[in-house]
Design a protein around this ligand. Sequence first.
Ligand SMILES: Nc1ncnc2c1ncn2[C@@H]1O[C@H](COP(=O)(O)OP(=O)(O)OP(=O)(O)O)[C@@H](O)[C@H]1O
Length: 640
Amino acid sequence: MDLPIQQILSGLAKVATDSSSTINATELLEGILNATSESTNATQQSSSKSFLESSMPGSILAFVPFLFSFSALRDWLKVFLIGGLLETCRRWYGYFYELTVESFWMSATFDEDDTSYQWIMVWLSTQPSWAKIRQVEVKTYSYGTDNTAIGLDDEEDEDATNSRRMFYIPSPSKTYTLWYKGRYLTITRSQEQGRWGKESRLQLTLMTRNPKLLAELLKEARKAYMKVTEDKMCIWAADSTNDWRQVARREKRSLKSIVLDPGIKDTILEDARDFLNSKKWYTERGIPFRRGYLLYGAPGSGKTSLIHSLAGELELDVYIISLSRIGLDDSGLNSLINELPERCVALMEDIDAAFTHGLTRETDEEEKRLGDKEDEEEDDEKKDKKKEEAKVTSPSSRVSLSGLLNALDGISAQEGRILFATTNKYSSLDPALCRPGRMDLHIEFKLASQYQAKELFKRFYNPNDDAHEDDEEVEEKTKRPTKKSSGSDSEKPVDDSGYNTSDSNESSPLLPAPSDPSPSINVTGSTHQSRHTSGPRLSKSRLEKLATEFAEAIPEREISMASLQGYLMVYKIRPESAVKDVPAWVEGEVKERREKERKRQERVERRRKQAEERERNKEKEASEKVAVETKVEGDAVTAS
Ligand SMILES: Nc1ncnc2c1ncn2[C@@H]1O[C@H](COP(=O)(O)OP(=O)(O)OP(=O)(O)O)[C@@H](O)[C@H]1O
């Protein structure tokens, strides 16, 4: 290791003796190299060679101290200065370039899971130049998102309606150019791997110095979106990571189609409207700006239908919160409720289903008692279904009552939301949950009244309320027993709606005929008998008469609206037959209901007896135990 240092030192000494008083770096380097080579020659004769000598040329080693010499520093400085200057220039150039370009362009990005993404897609589909694009991705959608792309099929195209529709969407990673108000516009759709597979993103770049132009475009896009979705409402549900996802977009259901006793719909609608317009009122009084409605009562009485219909009427989206969902716990529920948008309908269906397993404050005994009581009230099938659901969900649902209460009205609970909860077991709900502030309005839904049956009949056969006052022609038509079909010699039966259908009920072996004692095929439920979508043509007076007859045959509060609807579905285009057959159907329904009731009574009685038996056995065991202990004690006393 000493050798190179000696060489360098000798080199330096040689340079010092040979050189004049002013030496420059080049001379110094040459001197070192010469001295080093001489020194190296001398040492070559030596038999021992160091590792460094064998692995590195001496000239490089000699160069090292030179790098740190004073004169080399000056050169280093020059290099740094020039390099730094060049880099600074490069960066400034990039910065100014971006600044210049940015001042002429505006850009915005849109993520697929945000509604604004759909605004842009809808807006794109309205652009004339977009119709001429040549490279696209073709998609078929199974639900909801059909407004986010450009439909290829005509709505009335039979193939399109019978199968999935086809859509154009922008190809990923391709930049499309368009013109917006005379400005150059580019749109790029990129895809990234997200939690749920590939997630798309749109990047829009507009050549303008005016920031208002982008805002205008966005407003236009939102308007276009609102226009195509004005008859639709979005349904959201939580995914397994407790994030809201849009699961469907549905046609709004008209409030008129929900038949309730007079005043109920109007009361809820007015209340909800008033609430939505009262933010200031709530704020001024320091009352949390939230409203809860509890809809309870008979199954199939229209609770869920009414909620969806009201949401459509109020132009709000529906966010479904399923308390018994696998993996949902208190914190998950809390975050779900926190993430609700300000104006929305939150829907908790069958809120009692979650209570059965740990949410209620009732003791087990009370729960059992209540369960028995409800047994008497509730439909057998419904109860069994609930039990099954409870069995499936109980191990995984970890929402506690306090968790639910906190989520509903804790400080972090979302303001401005309307909560609708439904239940078939009103009496099993905890009072804390039902108190005002959490559930402000409680509305009972009962089995169908005769008024409801009549209105349902009228709406079913004349949904648009457009029957003529006394349309004798229609009347005539409905009375005519047969009609000659054009192009055929054979006489075909005519349905009692006045329509002549090729697949009317008479020719359909699948239709269950209530009066037929031995149907050829055992079909449960109602089948579609016609492809007619419009209602049968009945005059107003005829419809009124039939509806009255129909309603008179329906016993008050014994049959659910869902069952009535199911019955009418069988007679989709045969109102006369519907009225004629209704007494037989009602008889069957009532009989079935009574049979179920009887079975339920028996089951309740059996359970009661089993409980008594258990009690008796317990008492017997206890008294036997006491007797044995007394005997043992007696024996012990005798023995002592
Ligand atoms: N009052 C009603 N007016 C019109 N249709 C009704 C009414 N009640 C029920 N229906 C019809 O019955 C079907 C079931 O109704 P819905 O699901 O709203 O009842 P529900 O009370 O929510 O039942 P569940 O308590 O079992 O959830 C729907 O197709 C709906 O059209």
